[in-house]
Design a protein around this ligand. Structure first.
Ligand SMILES: [Zn+2]
Ligand SMILES: [Zn+2]
Length: 273
């Protein structure tokens, strides 16, 4: 079974310890497993790892790397928020993500809850949803500066679009232009786009990120993908990866990329899912 490399543990907002997650991955017969704890943010966020917790997280993952050596490669990664700055050295890989937009006085989260997204839309963007999208995708265009190999949940801002009247219109001219520009910038920088089925597995959405409109463009640009479940518990490990693989095939991809250590990723065929 394929591995998952977008995996959170109890060191950030996940349910189980890395040790429990690795045991589950081994039981499932995963080819490898990568941890991607949330990077520290300079402002308080309960779902991120403090500097102390980051150290403990690294210790535990490195211990697991030794424990499973020769049986199931375990990789040390981070989900590095754009606001955390460049990726630290010594990781096997990093997922670069944008979780915030500037709101005038600080930063507002785009994936906290529908009410918060509505508040940002109203107070920061004066109800102009395309302006919100332009700000978000403008931040995405800055991801190459982090030094991360992978682009996290490309259109995360649409997270609450299925919970009621859609907050965004991906078919509008300005939204399309902002999203397509971001795809081009990130693909040209050589970044790998994750197909993230996490919200789908948790029953919050009916499609993975990114929307197929943008994935088709990724393919046209010769861009690469990585399958992810954005997993937060041992019980659901692997579920998102299967869904993401199905979606990738449907969007025309024939290979996916997996971390192999020390910043490198290798291709794997997608045919036999
Ligand atoms: Zn994220
Ligand atoms: Zn995540």
């Amino acid at each position: 079974m394929r591995g998952d490399y977008h995996v959170h543990s109890s060191y950030c907002d996940g349910k189980d310890t890395p040790t429990d997650m690795a045991r589950r991955a081994w039981e499932l017969g995963m080819e490898s497993l990568g941890f991607s704890g949330h990077s520290f943010l300079p402002f308080s966020s309960s779902w991120c790892m403090s500097p102390e917790r980051t150290k403990a997280y690294i210790r535990e993952v490195l211990m697991l790397k030794e424990e499973y050596r020769g049986r199931m490669p375990v990789f040390l990664g981070l989900e590095q928020d754009l606001l955390s700055g460049p990726v630290p050295e010594g990781l096997d890989y990093a997922i670069g993500s944008v979780h915030f937009v500037a709101d005038g006085t600080g930063y507002g989260p785009v994936d906290h809850c529908r009410e918060e997204s509505l508040r940002l839309l109203r107070e920061t963007f004066g109800g102009d949803r395309d302006a919100f999208a332009e700000e978000y995708f403008g931040q995405m265009c800055r991801l190459p500066s982090l030094g991360a190999q992978i682009v996290g949940h490309f259109d995360l801002l649409t997270r609450y679009d299925e919970d009621g009247p859609a907050l965004f219109d991906p078919d509008s001219f300005r939204y399309r232009k902002a999203a397509l520009t971001a795809v081009d910038v990130l693909a040209e920088a050589g970044m790998i786009f994750e197909i993230n089925a996490g919200a789908m597995v948790r029953g919050r959405r009916t499609v993975p990120y990114p929307d197929s409109r943008w994935l088709v463009r990724v393919r046209e640009k010769g861009g690469r993908i990585l399958l992810s479940g954005d997993c937060h518990s041992a019980a659901t490990l692997g579920d998102g990866v299967r869904l993401a693989a199905e979606y990738a095939l449907y969007c025309g991809f024939r290979e996916t990329w997996v971390p192999v250590g020390e910043g490198n990723l290798d291709p794997r065929p997608l045919e036999n899912e």
